[in-house]
Structure formats: C-alpha cells, structure tokens
Design a binder for this molecule. Sequence first.
Ligand SMILES: Cc1ncc(COP(=O)(O)O)c(C=O)c1O
Length: 343
Amino acid sequence: MNKGRGFASDNNSGVHPAVMDALNRVNEGHVISYGDDPYTGAAIKKIKKEFGDNVEVFFVFTGTGANVLGLRAATESWNSVICAETSHIHCDECGAPEFFTGCKLLTAATPDGKLTVDMVRRYMHGFDFEHHSQPGVVSITQATEMGTVYTPAEIRKISDYAHSLGLLVHLDGARICNAAASLDVSLRAITADAGIDILSFGGTKNGLMYGEAILFFNPSLSRNFKYIRKQGMQLASKMRYIAAQFDALLAGELWLKNASHANAMARMLADKASAIPGIEITQKVQVNGVFARIPPEIIAELQKEFFFYIWNEEASEVRWMTSWDTTADDIAAFTDLLKNKLK
Ligand SMILES: Cc1ncc(COP(=O)(O)O)c(C=O)c1O
C-alpha cells in the first residue's frame, strides 16, 4: 500500500514537519486577529529580508486568490492582461481573474510555457483607443506550468519592455522556490531585481499546509489593497497560522531545501524514465515537473498504482510532479513499473 503516493501534484504531498511544528508553536494563547499579531509581523520581516525592505506583504489562503487579487490591485476593468496560453490564470482558475478584475485575458501560444517580448508585442496596440481593452499587465509564471524557468535576464527583458509601454508585470510564483533553486539564484534575483511589480509567492506546493503571499514591489499598488483583500474574501482572521508557516519556510532556507529536493527527484525520474524505450521526455526538466509521451495503453494501468494526470490526451503526453517528500524509492518503484508495462 503506497498511501496514495504518486506524481499527480505537489499539492498532493503533506505538510513538512518543521511547518507542522511551527503551527503547534504558535497555537498557544490569544493574539490579536487579522494580522496585528507578533507572528505575522515576524514573518513579514523575514520576507522583507529575502525580497527587500521596499516590499509590501499580504498573506492569503490560495494561489488563485493571490493571482486574482494581485491582478485586481494592478488593473481597471478596461485593461487587458497578457499571459501564456498554458497559464494557470487562463486554464485553471475558473475565469476568476476575468470575474474579479473585469479584464480581458489575452493569451499567447508558447511551446514551453514561457512568454517572450515578441509574443507580448503582438498585443501592444490600441493604446488610448476607447474601443480596445487597454493593455495593462503582463503576467508570467515562474516556474512555468510546463516545468521550465525564465532566467533573470529573460524576466528583465519582459519587464523592461512592459514598463516602457506603461504596463505592469505580475509573476505567478506558485513554484518560485523551485525556480530559484533550479537557477541557483536568490528569490529576489528573479523578482524585485528583475523588474517584477507583483508576485504571488507560493508556499503550499513547497511544504505548507496552505498559504500564499502577495508581494508588491511597487508600494503604490498596495495603497488600497487591504480593502481588496477583504472584499476578495482572503483576509484570514487567524492570520498567525499562515504567517507561522511562511516563517518556518524561510527559516534556515527550508524553502530552498524542499524545492531543491523536489527538483532533484524530477531529474532522477526523468533520467530513469528516458532510459526506458517507448518513453520520450517532451519538456526541459528544470524544476519538479516531468512531461513525457508514453504509450496510451499503459496509462490507466500505471495510474492505478501511482496516480498522475494526462496533460495532452491527443499527444498521449502526461505530467509527473515530484514534491518535497518524494523519495528515491518512489521513483524506483514507479520506473520499475514503467519498465514492466513496456516489456
Ligand atoms: C502555476 C500555478 N499557479 C497557481 C496555483 C494555485 O492554485 P490554488 O488556487 O489551487 O492554490 C497553482 C496550483 O496548481 C499553479 O500550478
């Protein structure tokens, strides 16, 4: 019995023990609610140390909430948001960005999940023309939904271009820790220092029970954000429990350890799987996701023992995600099964 272990999502793993300990540590006595407590103050201090003093930090419950409310703060309903066709805001948020911001999402087809300046340029017209949605934000994902990463220079190129036209840049960083680990750079190097204005700083996929943070590197954007978060139903009364988790994630670079481990497990899985005839890895393996084309007839059989999702049914392409708690034994058992099915 493998207790449901598999490669479906980094959301399927549990809570890192150090995070659970932190939750227990703050679970004592009464503190002021809604974020006016010492634990929230301490976590924000740690985040500022990582990202720079000029950042404004707001905790929320979910990644969708972080993306939607971050975009809401940066837009008016007549704006458009340019994003990748494969982006979470376009594919996996049930239209919440459009619903809450009123903005039009303009998507670019991209083979590896990454936007380029040329892809964005296509939509840079209609400025000041009242019949046209006004380009307002470029939203990129780091690491992308396809398991690839932008270098700091690639992000800088996009943000310089966007800023030159008066647009802001939002980064969906549900897996920002995996990206920083992969690139061997600081979290700041791919956010504040690369021109990002708004970051959804993901924690859940990297060992938290729940919790994300919205970071504004452009403080003027956060002026009315406390109202937006409340109206957006993402203001936690017992804020200390989100804050304590982020505190634990940033203590002793747990974020880096967890993300590096998940990335290494994906690399191991890709190396072992690609050595099996009949399996083709379809994307660069830069973080904790492996995309592979495998014979369609073995998918259901594999899923019975190690669940994972089909990414593209027509292409028989699947997605295998690893997480902070994936083990070398998980990989060995899964790749042994793969070998067996393909004998
Ligand atoms: C790229 C990306 N952004 C954001 C999210 C956050 O989603 P949720 O609202 O489920 O926390 C996810 C989760 O799957 C994701 O993969």
